[in-house]
Design a protein around this ligand. Structure first.
Ligand SMILES: Cc1ncc(COP(=O)(O)OP(=O)(O)O)c(N)n1
Ligand SMILES: Cc1ncsc1CCOP(=O)(O)O
Ligand SMILES: [Mg+2]
Length: 231
């Protein structure tokens, strides 16, 4: 990772149009920014490339309008093509988040360049061994979860053979935070009440979708999460 790369994973919002209860994505992002969010990921399993670029543009504009370009980083889930196109269009997008079935890490890094942020979802099975053994040369952080089963991503943590959902245990996260050579952000069903336990594990931050995107007051919900994390 270049020495100049700096980002704060402590309060990480993931958002797409399917998460906002029909409210504009930009307005929820604006509220989350006011509430103190530090990192934003545009993620949609329903939007096409053109719309993903538009949401990325909206998010970048919301960050710029708040004067927070240096503090809040913006990445896109899954779609290297969207990041590259957005950049080409002059949108300030900071990087990409990929999972275990997305494009290879070295391929993404090659196209993104050394300064972009590249996050990777840690493998669910044998998580600790995976984190210990993975070559992190091209990666900036790991996403891990789920902390709880979640309707937002019902397959998260599902054992392919048994169909059971495996959630990440506190003891495992303590070891993970200790073992991982790069920062780890944890999510999946995370709510306000989880903050003390999660913070105590030593991970770099929490990621949430619905705790913010479905809140009646997303700014207040964000502020409560951020305050609890910082306590
Ligand atoms: C920060 C963060 N961590 C994990 C994920 C999950 O990514 P992935 O496994 O690729 O699943 P999808 O999000 O693509 O459904 C994430 N998006 N962000
Ligand atoms: C993207 C993702 N990856 C693992 S769980 C999850 C969804 C988290 O959403 P929520 O905070 O609503 O449970
Ligand atoms: Mg993915």
């Amino acid at each position: 990772m270049p020495a100049t790369k700096s980002f704060d994973l402590s309060a990480y919002l993931i958002i797409g149009p399917e998460n906002t209860l029909n409210r504009p994505v930009k307005s929820v992002i604006q509220a989350a920014i006011k509430g103190g969010i530090t990192f934003i990921q545009i993620r949609s399993k329903v939007a096409d490339a053109k719309d993903l670029i538009a949401y990325t543009r909206d998010a970048a504009a919301a960050i710029a309008e708040a004067g927070q370009q240096d503090r809040i980083k913006l990445v896109v889930d899954d779609r290297l093509d969207v990041v590259l196109a957005a950049r080409d269009l002059g949108i300030k997008v900071d990087g990409l988040h990929i999972g275990q079935s997305d494009l290879p890490i070295d391929f993404c890094r090659q196209y993104l360049g050394p300064d972009a942020i590249l996050g990777v979802s840690a493998r669910n099975a044998e998580l600790l061994a995976y984190v210990k053994e993975t070559d992190v040369t091209d990666i900036d952080y790991f996403g891990a979860g789920p902390f709880h089963p979640t309707q937002t991503k019902p397959e998260a943590g599902r054992d392919e053979k048994t169909g059971e959902i495996h959630t990440r245990q506190v003891a495992e996260l303590i070891e993970l935070a200790h073992l991982s050579p790069i920062p780890v952000v944890v999510g999946g069903g995370v709510k306000l009440a989880d903050m003390p336990q999660l913070k105590a594990t030593g991970v770099a931050g929490f990621f949430v979708i619905t705790a913010i995107t479905e809140a009646s007051d997303p700014e207040r919900a964000t502020r409560a999460l951020v305050t609890a994390w910082q306590a």
